[in-house]
Each structure stands twice: as structure tokens, then as C-alpha cells.
Write a protein that binds this ligand. Structure first.
Ligand code: BDP
Length: 699
């Protein structure tokens, strides 16, 4: 097994309970998506149950007995909702939309795959309309923050000739309810919107369409200049407005069901409306008005900040940027604009508090951006199951207007509904960055993140234990021993990673100016990028209280007070909000410094045991994936030690406080390369010293 089937392996299942399932599948609709759904059900059931199933077209009434009938319900409010009912006579899968018919099919297949009973009656509906995957692919075939090979969409400046893998990906997305895929980097190619490329994108949309996955594109606001040859890209200029309108019409002529645009502007060197003294709302609405007649949407990213901050200024704080830049425009965005907000105020660290921007926009549509690509969390060389983190984020009650407003209800549009009481359109985005490697994300455990994303986007209340168990059974089989081991490893993995990288809300403590992979502590400080944690001789942490940057005051009062008071601020976020001395006593009773040492040792030890636990499954899972995971767990065990020692050594040196357990500084069980005889190599000091053990490398 090479992992290419992800969780859609359709491996044979046992169970007499499925004997009575009729072998006849009837599809009553004739749309492409419905036909695809029928064929998927045939394929899946035949493969899992080991007997032939057939698909035919038919009318609803006629086919009720002795068949599995896939049909569309009469009434629809546009919500992706399905109903599965079964009786001795047959099974009915009824969707309120054609996509929902397909989601019902995938649900039934999943129930069989995990050996659960066919529901006698079950109704499910999507939490919100936006459930997208964003891919940061460049047209030259590279992927920004992609860790599993080159692009499945692009090659040498064009859409690939062979889109087999793109179509297979759309199927995987659809199977967990994802209904949109933005295929190109938010740092968009400047020539993206040429007529030649648009023709090519139409082929991509064709590959996605059978699965009900809409194609979306990231656009650069300078396109009227770079592609259109205009002198300006000012969003209020009539020529610019007309250019976008014509371009959007051209796109929809080629791709009638295009989802819309994602926009990164005024951020990390991308140009934006600020160049002309215009607001984000001016740019977003200009695009939205071009898209509206075609029912397209604009996902305008809230990731706007100044990366030339003055680190000497105690008031300078990148975390403030979201609210500072967007809250004043609340209510000014058109109905088909959605502000896409990263889950935390900085950038996908191992742990951050929830972005206060979620609570600051009461009259604006919002979506949450999560990152399945493990940019700061081990880049698919470490196993880190991120839904644990996402659920913690989604469940955080922001106490906006001093009432219950958890993030999940804000992003599904329920906390601040439209004037008529309907939920605002909003939802969930995963930055996924799959690549050409057979198993999509490199680590055989990593697709659990995409699966979990889809499940939480569909229903943010689904319990984590249920999500991971579904993934494990479908991906690795129904052997209870296998499932018990994998579920437990995945469920604990985020806290383990956080523990040997940056606990207590410090941030990932990686080289933020480079690859975001190994330890690189001081590289985060004293530069304009604002990912500081202010590790000094006297103590550590960013003071974001009223006396510091004032960031905390951006939260609704109750939450601000909760974090502002040291008595209530949780240990896991302490250093994000407060600057405290190293001998500060945590709620856990330990001093901060001892807790840092202990957490790194405990977590690295935990990661070091993954391999032994995995070994107990030898022979119970296929050899190919078994070997891949073994290799990666061995790497993770070693890299966790590198992290542990780099960080503990650094804290030891800066604080001057010894480890009560006497470990830090000694590296028990480790042999430094410079202590060996290596012909042809010399040892050399490394800067910054903490990135190499003993501060030395062999070159
Ligand atoms: C950061 C990435 C960078 C992205 C940026 C973004 O390091 O490559 O371009 O986010 O989201 O996490 O725009």
C-alpha cells in the first residue's frame, strides 16, 4: 500500500449485517455529481463487501424497494443536508443539494468501512457553506511550504497535461465534505490571469467538477497592471473596476462554477489598496461586485501586518495587526466578501491564543484559516495531529458582547447572524499543500489532519476521539489493537510536539527567517517580523497587557481580564501575554524554568517511545507503510532530542538557573560529532550557537 488511496481504500470488511444490503443502486438525478456519487457507491460497496453492485438510473417512486436509492429532496434552502433512511426494503440517501447526495454516499461508505450499522434514520447538514482547501502552489510547479513533492496542478508555468492526480484529490476532498479548492499560492503568480492560463484553469475545474469541488484562485491586486497593462491598480479607478469586471466575465465564460477569489494584499511584500490610500473594503468590494452576478465570493485575508516593526518599541506588536487593520471596517464589506482569519494572531505556531479579530467583526462574514501543511509543526516529518489544536481553538468562548460566542459559532455565522436571522456565510479553510508524492503529504499519519479538518468543517462538534478512530479504521483497518495504538498516538501528538518545541505560549522557537523546521531561538528576536518572545536575562515573554503592547484589550472584556490576570491566565498561554522571571511559579506549582526543562524531557521521551509502540503493530499493517512510519518515528525521536537540548541549553545559559534534575547541559546518551574522529572534517562554531548541539558543526 502506498497511501495514495488515503482513507478511501475500501478494504474488505466482515459483518453479516451488510448481507441484506440490496445490490442494486438507483440514481434518480442525472447531474454529473449524482452520477459520480452512484458510481462511487458501486465501487466502494463492491470492493468492501466482495460482491457486485450495479447502478442504474430511475425515478424516485418506482425504485424504493430492494434498492439503494440516491435522490434529491423536493425542498432546499441551499444547505448541504442529507438524510439516510433504511428499512428491510432498502436504503434511501436523499440530499437537499446534489453535493449533499454525494456526502450521504460517502457517509454510508464510511459507516460500512468502519463496520458500523447502516443508520435507520440519520440527518446531517454542513455547518457552513465555505469548506475549502487552499493550496499554495506556484505555476512553475513548486509549492510554498509544501513538504510532499511538486505541484499536482502545475508544471513549468502551465497547468499539467495529466490531471489524474488532481481529479483523485478532488475525490478525497469531497469524501469529507470539502467543496472548494483554491489551487494557487496566496502569493499569486503575477501573470496568473492571462487568457492562456484561464483556458488551462478550465481543465482543472473540469477535473474537480464530478466531485462537486469548486475551483478558486488566489489573485494579486496588481493584475490590472501586470496582465492588463493599465497604469494603476487603484480599486476605485473606473478603468481598474472595468478591467476586473471583464476579467471575471472571461473567467466565468470558461469556468461557470468558479468559486471565487482569495486575496492576500498589503502583506509580506504583496501590494494592496493601501498604496492608494484605500481600505481593504474598497479592494474586496470591487472584486466582490465583479463576482456577484456569477455567485462568486471573495475570501479577503485578514493576514495583514507590517513586517518592518521596530523591535525596540515595547508597544510594537504584530499580534495587534488583525484588529487594528480590520475592525474599523466592520460592516463595510459586501455580502459576498468573507474575511479569512488565521486561527491565531501570529502565524500557525504550535500554540497561540485565538485571534481577537473573530470577536471584533459583528457585521462582517468571517472564515477561519487552519493549516494542515505542518509548516511550524514538523513539516510532515513529525507526527502532529492538529485537530486537537483546532478543536481547542473552535471551542474557545470569546465572550463577545458578554455572551457565549465560541469561535465555531462565529465562523459558522451563528453568533452574529444576518439581519433576517439567517447565519452569515462563513466557514473553514485548510491550507493543505499536498504534492506529487504517492501518499499526498509525505507522512503516512499526516492525512489524518486533512480528514480531521473536513470533519470539523462539516461539524465542529464532532468528538475528536470519533474523528481519529474513523480515520484510523479507514486508513489502517479495523483491527482493534492497531486502532487503539494509532488513535492514542495521534490524540497525544500535538501536546508532545508543543512540549519539545515551544511550550507556555512561547511560539514554535524555530528559525522564522528560514525554513521553520528545527530549533532557531534567537532568530525570532530583534528583527522586524514580530514573532518575538522577548527572552532576556531577567525573564521571558511578550508583555501584551495594558502596560505592554495593549493587545489584550483587543479581546472582549471577560476574556481580556481572564488572560490579563496572572491568577487566571492559563499556563499554556502565559508567555504569549506576560513577561515573567524564570523563577516565576506556574499554576502547576513548578517554576517556569524547571517546567520548561521538564516539559522538554518528558515530551522528547514520549516522542522517543513512538517507535516501540509502533513496533507492536508489525505484521498487523502492511509492510510498506509500516516501514515508512518506522523510519519517520526514528527521525522524530532524534529530532525531538535535538529540539529538547537546543532549547533547554539556551534557557540554561540565559537564565543561569540549573536544572533541579541535573540533566540540562549534559546531554546524557548523546555523542557529539566533534567528539569523534572524522577524517577530512573540522569542527566549526555555529551561529546562532543553540541551533547545533554544543554550538559546533562538523564541516
Ligand atoms: C506564512 C508562510 C508564508 C505565507 C504566509 C501567508 O510562512 O510562506 O506566505 O504565511 O499565509 O505562514 O500568507
Amino acid at each position: 500500500e502506498d497511501g495514495s488511496a488515503a482513507w478511501l481504500r475500501y478494504a474488505p470488511v466482515s459483518g453479516a449485517q451488510y448481507q441484506r444490503l440490496p445490490s442494486k443502486i438507483v440514481v434518480t438525478g442525472d447531474s454529473l455529481v449524482e452520477k459520480t456519487a452512484g458510481e462511487e457507491l458501486r465501487r466502494g460497496l463492491s470492493s468492501m463487501l466482495g460482491r457486485p453492485f450495479t447502478v442504474s438510473a430511475g425515478a424516485v417512486g418506482r425504485a424504493s424497494g430492494g434498492a439503494i436509492v440516491i435522490s434529491r429532496s423536493a425542498s432546499s434552502d441551499g444547505v448541504d443536508r442529507y438524510r439516510i433512511t433504511s428499512s428491510s426494503g432498502g436504503v434511501s440517501i436523499e440530499g437537499d443539494t446534489v453535493q449533499a447526495e454525494m456526502y450521504g454516499v460517502f457517509h454510508l461508505l464510511e459507516e460500512v468501512g468502519i463496520e458500523r450499522a447502516i443508520p435507520s434514520r440519520e440527518v446531517q447538514s454542513a455547518s457552513s457553506p465555505i469548506r475549502w482547501s487552499d493550496e499554495w502552489d506556484n505555476m512553475n510547479g513548486t509549492i510554498e511550504r509544501g513538504y510532499a513533492g511538486p505541484s499536482i496542478f502545475f508544471e513549468s508555468g502551465h497547468v499539467r497535461a495529466d490531471l489524474t492526480k488532481a481529479a483523485a484529490y478532488a475525490r478525497i476532498l469531497a469524501s469529507v465534505g470539502i467543496n472548494g479548492c483554491n489551487v494557487n499560492n496566496v502569493n499569486a503568480d503575477l501573470d496568473l490571469l492571462t487568457t492562456e492560463h484561464i483556458r488551462e484553469f478550465a481543465r482543472l475545474a473540469d477535473a474537480f467538477r464530478p466531485w462537486g469541488v469548486k475551483l478558486a484562485l488566489s489573485v494579486d491586486l496588481t493584475a490590472p497592471q501586470t496582465v492588463g497593462g493599465l497604469a494603476t491598480f487603484d480599486p476605485l479607478d473606473p478603468l481598474v473596476i472595468a478591467w476586473w469586471k471583464a476579467k471575471v466575465d472571461e473567467l466565468y465564460a470558461a469556468i461557470p462554477d468558479l468559486g471565487g477569489f482569495t486575496v492576500k494584499a498589503d502583506s509580506e511584500g504583496r501590494k494592496g489598496p493601501s498604496q492608494y490610500g484605500r481600505a481593504p473594503a474598497d479592494a474586496a468590494n470591487m472584486l466582490a461586485r465583479a463576482l456577484a452576478p456569477h455567485h462568486g465570493v471573495v475570501l479577503y485575508r485578514g493576514f495583514v501586518y507590517n513586517n518592518h516593526l521596530d523591535w525596540r518599541d515595547p508597544k510594537a506588536d504584530r499580534a495587534r495587526a488583525g484588529v487594528d487593520n480590520f475592525s474599523k471596517f466592520d460592516g463595510q464589506f459586501d455580502g459576498n466578501v468573507i474575511i479569512q482569519i488565521k486561527e491565531g494572531p501570529i502565524d500557525f505556531q504550535a500554540r497561540e491564543p485565538v485571534s481577537p479579530l473573530f470577536a471584533a467583526l459583528h457585521h462582517t462574514n468571517v472564515a477561519i484559516e487552519l493549516q494542515t501543511a505542518q509548516e511550524y509543526t514538523g513539516q510532515q516529518r513529525h507526527m502532529v495531529w492538529l485537530p486537537s489544536m483546532w478543536k481547542w481553538v473552535l471551542d474557545t468562548d470569546m465572550r463577545a458582547d458578554d455572551r457565549h460566542t465560541p469561535v465555531k459559532e462565529i465562523v459558522t455565522g451563528r453568533s452574529f447572524p444576518l439581519a433576517d436571522g439567517r447565519p452569515r456565510p462563513g466557514g473553514f479553510i485548510s491550507v493543505t499543500n499536498v504534492g506529487m508524492e504517492e501518499n499526498w503529504l509525505h507522512h503516512p499519519m499526516a492525512m489524518a489532519n486533512l480528514y480531521g479538518f473536513g470533519k470539523l468543517a462539516w461539524n465542529p462538534d464532532e468528538p475528536l476521539a470519533e474523528i481519529i478512530d474513523g480515520w484510523t479504521r479507514l486508513t489502517w483497518g479495523n483491527d482493534p489493537k492497531v486502532d487503539g495504538v494509532i488513535d492514542a498516538l495521534q490524540l497525544g501528538s500535538w501536546q508532545v510536539y508543543e512540549g519539545y518545541t515551544g511550550p507556555n505560549g512561547m511560539g514554535t522557537l524555530t528559525n522564522i527567517l528560514g525554513y521553520h523546521f528545527g530549533p532557531g531561538i534567537e532568530s525570532a528576536e530583534r528583527n522586524g517580523w514580530g514573532q518575538w518572545f522577548r527572552g532576556e536575562k531577567d525573564g521571558i515573554g511578550m508583555d501584551r497587557t495594558a502596560a505592554g503592547s495593549g493587545y489584550l484589550q483587543q479581546y472582549p472584556k471577560a476574556l481580556a481580564e481572564h488572560y490579563e490576570s496572572l491568577a487566571t491566565c492559563p499556563d499554556e498561554l502565559l508567555l504569549f501575554f506576560h513577561h515573567v522571571p524564570y523563577d516565576y511559579r506556574l499554576h502547576s506549582g513548578k517554576t517556569l524554568i524547571q517546567s520548561i526543562y521538564d516539559t522538554h524531557y518528558a515530551a522528547a521521551r514520549e516522542a522517543g517511545m513512538y517507535g516501540a509502540r509502533w513496533d507492536t503493530l508489525k505484521g498487523r499493517v502492511d509492510d510498506e507503510r509500516f516501514a515508512q512510519v518506522s523510519r519517520l518515528f526514528a527521525f522524530q525521536a532524534g529530532h525531538a532530542i535535538v529540539w529538547r537540548d537546543a532549547i533547554d541549553d539556551w534557557f540554561h545559559r540565559i537564565s543561569g538557573i540549573a536544572d533541579a534534575a541535573g540533566r540540562v547541559g549534559h546531554h546524557p546518551g548523546r555523542i557529539e560529532a566533534e567528539a569523534m574522529t572524522a577524517t577530512g572534517y573540522v569542527s566549526q562554531d555555529v551561529t546562532p550557537w543553540e541551533t547545533a548541539s554544543g554550538g559546533k558543526a562538523m564541516v
